[in-house]
Design a protein around this ligand. Sequence first.
Ligand code: SAH
Ligand code: SF4
Ligand code: F3S
Length: 439
Amino acid sequence: MDKKYYILTFGCQANERDSETLAGILQKTGYVPAAELFDADIILFNTCCIREKAENKVLSQVGELKELKAEKPDLIIGICGCMVQQEKMAEKIHRRAPHVDLIFGTHNLDQLPELIKKLEETKTPQTQILADLQEIKEDLPTVREVPFKARVNITYGCNNFCTYCIVPYVRGREKSREPQYILKEIKDLVADGVVEVMLLGQNVNSYGKTFDPPVTFAHLLEQVNAIEGLKRIRYLTSHPRDFNVDLIKTISGLAKVCPHFHLPLQSGSNKILQKMNRGYTREHYRELVETVREYVPSASITTDIIVGFPGETDEDFQDTIELVKELRFDSAFTFIYSARTGTPAAKMKDQIPLAVKKSRLQQLMQVQNEISLAINSQLEGQVVEVLVDGCSKKDQAILEGRTATNKTVLFAGSKELIGKFVDVEITDPQTWVLKGKLK
Ligand code: SAH
Ligand code: SF4
Ligand code: F3S
């Protein structure tokens, strides 16, 4: 009987993409997917450590598997992903969870079969963590769950060192993938039925700078846009420092690039932006938003904001609130600042008390939710094009999909529509979703 695998993925799209590679590697090694965790012969936790919460969640879930491992001694439990790249984390995991068999880093995915083999031969736990990626590995197998949408890496790692952020330490230095590999991957995906791609990088706007001659992100987009059969292009994430008018102009002329701009603001206070090492001011950010709206009037603009960064005063926080009210984002991911060991901000004095952070988060969410609802309400009665992703988790008779502007739309329809583009009339716009009916 085939051995079965189960992968739990935490964190961002980079991890989601890595899990597709892990699945590909395991299937090539002879494993098949398990329907549920308790059926699996190997369980992998692909972890995130962007905030403390993410980490605690993993450790407690791994802890819960102790009994299962005692019942099934041949079960392999592995932990990989960003969390294990942190200093002394492997030792901490071994100490806290001695039932873990494999620990491997974000640059060691391809070594999984070898680690499994060694574990089976020696019956001793295996650890393999490389501090940085030596060379991009191009031919790793991949298994995607969704046949019509795909994630495509364009850069790995990050060089920005925002002072709050752990990513540069756990994902290594920024490296761009050669355009020919990216384009070939997308052409193959399209031949396989993919209509929408998501280009991934921690800062996509700095793509290709190290090539000789350099390749710009704008030029890469032009080439992807020319791929026949592809319908939608998305990308994540833009950094406001490297995002510019030329890129906005290029995007406005490319039909397949979705009119959705995710532009993390982080803070509306210049003092805090500087302490965060973000490399732009609120004035520069405002100009970018104005330029986007000038060239792409149909655009939705979304953002990420952190509250309670060390030294954030009430005035700094009010600067954020004011800018949010002024710029009117379609939606925002809002976070409470979480100190990450090893980052400069964790060592800054004047850390903000949790109660203050929580109260600021509440205020910010309230302001943003009102704006989101007001913007979405304008869509009532309009017909939007939706790529149908699947059934809603709550109700199998309801389909869920995304507009080009990345808004979630819910409507009644049959499962045959999954993977297709349909027109939906918006009847009930809400803060987080648009409800509608098929046209
Ligand atoms: N590279 C992307 C995304 C990084 S992580 C970017 O620069 O936008 C996604 C979001 O998590 C960030 O935009 C930030 O808002 C948030 N984040 C990162 N580190 C954090 C921390 N230490 N505490 C709270 N939020 C954090
Ligand atoms: Fe983190 Fe900043 Fe890099 Fe984004 S750009 S991953 S926030 S260091
Ligand atoms: Fe988390 Fe790593 Fe992504 S820390 S947010 S999974 S790059």
